[in-house]
Design a protein around this ligand. Structure first.
Ligand code: NAD
Ligand code: LMR
Length: 326
């Protein structure tokens, strides 16, 4: 068992967890046949459902899956974890903003940061999916003083993938032919989906679409996509979120495509005028299990303004979180 990679998922009986656990167990993150242990964490009312998830995982007879641990104890769930997906949280409903979840979810992520600090592998990669993801990542990292804050990140990969899909559809190409998309800032309606650096099949995107669309419909469609899915399904995106979580972790661990980058919310060093210290989504390149913010991109006034707006929102969320009695 010792050679089995340890992966922890919180909220594993929820919508996203139900997708994520099976995709990981089938080898879609670490590679087909790579031995792994799933450490599935839930709260007491969902433990019965979680045992059902474990039964189904067993019934899949996956080549990779060595062991499934189901627990409501964070200490047990995070023990030795090398990859951690912090998904478990309350999702928003129709008419809510993701920041409306701050009060309810802040306590969860602070407590999880403390438990990770005690139990997880020192080099564990932690991806925060539960909303408001950027500020939850900040709270988890701040409560894990022995871990490197660079080992925490929040998910804007779903927004990145959505933006690639929108641009691909507009230009009549496949989403995989889009490179160098950027999501700046917060995983919220202030995020700035930026195609100014993007390539489609190797051609400059700005030469293929008009500026009015790039700064209007494209922007709002990506910013509001989560809300549109909630309106359509009556519940928030789950399969696409699990897919993006695997994309995020895989690229972080195994590296981004040559010449390309991805969007990840990582601790800000102030690059591109973003506020320092918040978890801010940047274009990043990953290699050897580490990420670096892509530097040296030319930004115009429009982009700088959008980066300021989403940065201001993250500073306000940080300040609101600091006033909570956790
Ligand atoms: P869900 O309600 O279906 O599942 C959440 C699960 O988490 C539930 O089973 C619940 O019992 C569990 N849970 C709650 N508190 C917990 C805790 N303290 N510890 C462990 N488990 C706990 O929700 P979902 O659709 O799976 O969404 C989960 C989160 O992901 C929500 O916050 C949602 O807004 C967010 N989300 C983020 C993105 C993104 O792009 N960052 C995308 C989609 C959803
Ligand atoms: C999404 O972007 O789909 C998720 O963050 C869920 C939501 O609340 O929008």
């Amino acid at each position: 068992m010792s050679q089995s990679t340890q992966l922890a998922i919180t909220g594993a009986a929820g919508q996203i967890g139900y997708q994520l656990a099976f995709r990981i167990a089938s080898g879609q993150l670490l590679g087909y046949g790579q031995p792994l242990t799933l450490r599935l964490i839930e709260i007491a009312p969902a433990m019965k459902a979680l045992r059902g998830v474990a039964m189904e995982l067993a019934d899949c007879a996956f080549e990779s899956l060595r062991e499934v641990i189901t627990t409501e104890r964070l200490e047990e769930g995070f023990r030795g974890a090398e990859y951690v997906f912090l998904v478990g949280a309350k999702p928003r409903g129709p008419g809510m903003e993701r920041s409306d979840l701050l009060t309810e979810n802040a306590r969860i992520f602070s407590r999880q940061g403390q438990a990770l600090n005690e139990q997880a592998d020192d080099r564990a990669k932690v991806l925060v999916v539960g909303n408001p993801a950027n500020t939850n990542a900040l709270l988890a990292a701040s409560n894990a003083p022995d871990m490197n804050p660079r080992n925490f990140s929040a998910m804007t990969r779903l927004d990145h993938n959505r933006a690639c899909a929108q641009l691909a559809a507009r230009t009549g190409h496949h989403a995989r032919s889009v490179e160098r998309m950027i999501i700046w800032g917060n995983h919220s309606a202030t995020q700035y989906p930026d195609l100014s650096q993007a390539l489609v099949d190797g051609r400059t995107a700005t030469a293929l679409v008009d500026e009015e669309w790039a700064r209007g419909e494209f922007l709002t469609t990506v910013q509001q996509r989560g809300a549109s899915v909630i309106q359509a399904r009556g519940t928030s995106s789950a399969a696409s979120a699990a897919s993006a979580a695997i994309d995020h972790m895989r690229d972080w661990a195994h590296g981004t495509r040559d010449g390309d980058w991805v969007s990840m919310a990582v601790p800000s060093d102030g690059s591109y005028g973003a506020p320092e210290g918040v978890y801010f989504s940047y274009p990043v390149r990953c290699a050897d299990g580490a990420w670096e913010i892509v530097q040296g991109l030319e930004l115009d006034e429009f982009s700088r303004d959008k980066i300021r707006i989403t940065g201001d929102e993250l500073v306000a969320e940080r300040s609101a979180a600091s006033q909570l009695d956790l």
